[in-house]
Ligand binder design. Structure first.
Ligand code: PHB
Length: 398
């Protein structure tokens, strides 16, 4: 090779090298930033167990499924709102404006979800509700999708069961806010339709309730059964006072939604809870392989049992992962929302569907009885014995 040709060849190589390096730099520059999911949860205050359960389940899912989806890393941000609506709203605003989250999620109580709905609408950010359960929540924004449940959905089956099992007169006993009012209304309509009679309607304050005066009223009314809804976290205190006043031996049957015999507290309630019949969408004792694996992994990572909040968090983050995958990592509020609608998920509770029209969850609702389970260390569990398949939110069924 002549010196001149050699120089040309070298020059050519240099050009190629520079071009290649330039490409690598360009690739770095366009490398997609992480997708961001902002969970707002009550990690402190009266509903702290809801935050603890959901955070643990979301982290379990992310450990099991890895972070990159369609080539993009997923950043999880968890913020504590203390269960205060003004705080939830402020945090949601910051997550959308400063952190530019792709999805908002969580919402431990109905008022917290209501407070955030306008932010989801204005910013076109999907808002995945993994806890709060008043029926009307999904109607507060077209960007809301729910993976938890609705009170009408789990209340109608127990009203039906009660009427068909010898209960003629019932008193309702609910926390005095959205989900409690849904439970009261839908219990009464179904129970009455089935020929039963509601002989008293009792409402307890949401904040730090003392149940004693209300339980006295139940004792005075002497119904065949008292139907109870209280939000997750209040069941143990209720059950203790129910026992202390001797109501468990009064002949008045206790029936409830599964929020009262919550897996987070159930084993600590003791014998007073034995035989209580409830309806709900999730029991840690649900006898499927998928659930056994979920519970084992959850308990190995945490020193507590998963409850229905955990399962809704686990399915909520799966829904979000699936939506990111469908958009091939591109994200975008409207595209993510479209990808969430109509999804079917194999959940530890059984199969669930996100109804494309209502954006609410369709799922099986089980009738369960509290029993000591020998195979599980003689601990108290909600043992499922009957099921209503694929229940839609009855408040939206029409
Ligand atoms: C709610 O505030 O919507 C709520 C909270 C806890 C529950 C059920 C509903 O267990």
């Amino acid at each position: 090779m002549q010196p001149r040709q050699a120089l040309h060849a070298l020059f050519g190589l240099a050009v190629i090298l520079v071009a290649a390096v330039g490409h690598a730099h360009a690739a770095d520059a366009v490398k997609a930033p992480p997708l961001k999911v902002g969970f707002i949860l009550p990690m402190t205050g009266q509903s702290a167990s809801t935050g603890k359960q959901i955070e643990a389940a979301v982290k379990l899912f992310m450990t099991q499924n890895g972070s990159p989806v369609a080539g993009r890393k997923i950043d999880l941000i968890v913020k504590d709102d203390g269960g205060v609506a003004d705080t939830t709203r402020r945090i949601a605003q910051e997550l959308v404006v400063n952190d530019k989250v792709d999805v908002l999620a969580g919402f431990g109580l109905t008022p917290l979800a209501f407070a955030t709905a306008p932010i989801a609408t204005q910013s076109k950010t999907p808002m995945v509700v993994t806890a709060a359960a008043t029926s009307a929540i999904t109607e507060q924004s077209p960007y809301i999708v729910r993976t938890s449940f609705t009170l009408p959905q789990v209340t109608v089956p127990i009203a039906d069961w009660a009427a068909k099992h010898g209960i003629k007169k019932a008193v309702t006993f609910v926390a005095d806010y959205g989900p409690g009012l849904d439970a009261e209304k839908f219990f009464k309509s179904q129970f009455t339709l089935d020929g039963g009679q509601v002989t008293g309607e009792i409402r307890t304050p949401l904040k730090s309730p003392d149940f004693a005066p209300f339980l006295q009223k139940v004792a005075d009314l002497k119904p065949d059964a008292v139907f109870v809804f209280l939000p997750s976290g209040q069941g143990a205190a209720f059950m203790k006072q129910f026992g202390e006043r001797g109501l468990d031996k009064s002949g008045i049957r206790l029936i409830a939604t599964g929020d009262v015999t919550d897996d987070d507290q159930l084993d600590g309630m003791g014998d007073v809870a034995l035989g209580v019949v409830t309806s709900h969408h999730y029991s840690a004792a649900h006898p499927s392989d998928l659930n056994r694996k979920f519970v084992a992994a959850f308990e190995a990572a945490n020193n507590f049992r998963p409850n229905f909040m955990a399962v809704a968090g686990y399915d909520g983050i799966r829904l979000i992962y699936n939506a990111f995958a469908v958009t091939k990592g591109k994200g975008g509020g409207d595209a993510l929302l479209a990808a969430m609608k109509g999804q079917v998920i194999e959940s530890p509770r059984g199969q669930i569907l996100i109804d494309a029209q209502t954006r609410d969850v369709v799922q099986d609702v089980y009738i369960r009885k509290v029993e000591r389970v020998a195979a599980k260390g003689n601990q108290l569990y909600n043992v499922e014995f009957d099921v209503q398949k694929a229940v839609k939110d009855p408040a939206k069924a029409k």
